[in-house]
Design a protein around this ligand. Structure first.
Ligand code: DAH
Length: 341
């Protein structure tokens, strides 16, 4: 009987020790201590034993049960610790692996160019002014000294919305709006979208963008315009750039000029970009025609001004040398990602 019990204890220990998973250990516990287990049967049988044996056998059986319970508890801890260690090993994160790259958007190259232009003039103390894209014929033409019958007013160029109302063909109408809204001195630049009846091709778009500049102050001369635009061209295209003024005509400026910058590719020697001339036209400008100032009631003996206007697409085109304007509007990431911002 006693040997029997020792054997039972040894077997139980062996089985407990052999269980390496929690589920196997639970099975062992049921087999050794469960309702039908031999030990349980024996414990139940104590009552039937002769009275003189009951005490000793009962005591020994209970000791064996306690030893088994202790062995199970100990093994449980070992198994749990091992399972945890294995799980930690499985779930280990290699912090040295490269992370997943989250794609980040950027500013469109046109927006970048607009901001560069704005920043240069903001640095000179200019303020930004804006106006509506649907504009009165009066502001788009009449207030700018563009008389009826001027070719720019014709059906071919202007998109009319209603009699007397059009999509603005340039940002210049904001000159008229600003002159009415503000007392001089005025130093503003006007970025904005403009519309013309043009068929899209490599160099034309019916919708494009301009930046207008307007200065009205006392004692303004063409020299101020020249100095301002030379500074602008150097800031935008590089410190070595030269500027050149060519006489031109705009109804709202007198005299009018077109401004060329020395070619930033060939430095004036002649190349494909500057069409072998060494110069690239970047904008139109001039002294504000006294008629424009007089129309808003300014005393032209006291106040003079200059104005300029440039196409943002054209500037971006020149800076980066795109083959086709339409690339700017296609939203093809393979193109846009070449201009990270
Ligand atoms: N508004 C003219 C255009 O769209 C550009 C321009 C030329 C604006 C001369 C000016 C200027 O302010 O003085 O072609």
């Amino acid at each position: 009987m006693a040997d029997d019990l020792e054997q039972l204890l040894r077997d139980a220990r062996e089985r407990i020790q052999g269980a390496s998973l929690r589920a196997a250990l639970e099975e062992a516990r049921v087999a050794i201590l469960g309702r039908n287990a031999e030990l349980t049967q024996r414990l139940r049988g104590i009552a039937q034993l002769p009275a003189d044996q009951r005490g000793a056998i009962g005591k020994r059986l209970n000791e064996v049960r306690l030893q088994i319970e202790a062995a199970i508890a100990e093994r449980e801890q070992q198994v749990a610790a091992r399972e945890l260690a294995e799980q930690l090993e499985r779930d280990r994160i290699d912090v040295t692996l490269p992370g997943a790259v989250v794609p980040r958007g950027g500013l469109h190259v046109l927006t970048q160019t607009r901001r560069q232009i704005e920043d240069i003039f903001i640095g000179l103390g200019y303020q930004i002014a804006e106006g509506p894209e649907i504009e009165l014929e009066y502001n788009n033409f009449t207030a700018l000294n563009i008389p009826d019958g001027h070719p720019a007013k014709g059906e071919t160029d202007t998109l009319w919305i209603a009699p007397g109302v059009c999509l603005r063909t340039h940002t210049s109408p904001v000159q008229a709006r600003t002159l009415r809204a503000q007392e001089p001195p005025i130093y503003v630049i006007v970025p904005g979208r403009v519309y013309r009846r043009d068929t899209p091709d490599a160099t034309h778009s019916p919708i494009f963008h301009q930046v207008e500049g307007l200065v009205v102050d006392r004692g303004i001369t063409l020299a101020d315009l020249k100095g301002t635009l030379a500074y602008f061209a150097r800031s935008l295209f590089g410190a070595d750039r030269e500027t050149r003024f060519r006489t031109s005509f705009f109804p709202f400026t007198e005299p009018s000029v077109e401004v060329d910058v020395s070619c930033f590719l060939c430095a004036g020697d002649g190349c494909g970009v500057c069409k072998q001339s060494g110069w690239i036209e970047i904008l139109g400008a001039g002294q504000v025609d006294p008629n424009v100032l007089a129309m808003v009631g300014l005393d032209t003996d006291e106040w003079q001004g200059f104005a300029f206007g440039m196409g943002i697409e054209r500037i971006a085109f020149l800076k980066h040398g795109f083959p086709d304007l339409r690339l700017l509007y296609d939203n093809d990431l393979r193109f846009l990602e070449q201009f990270p911002a």
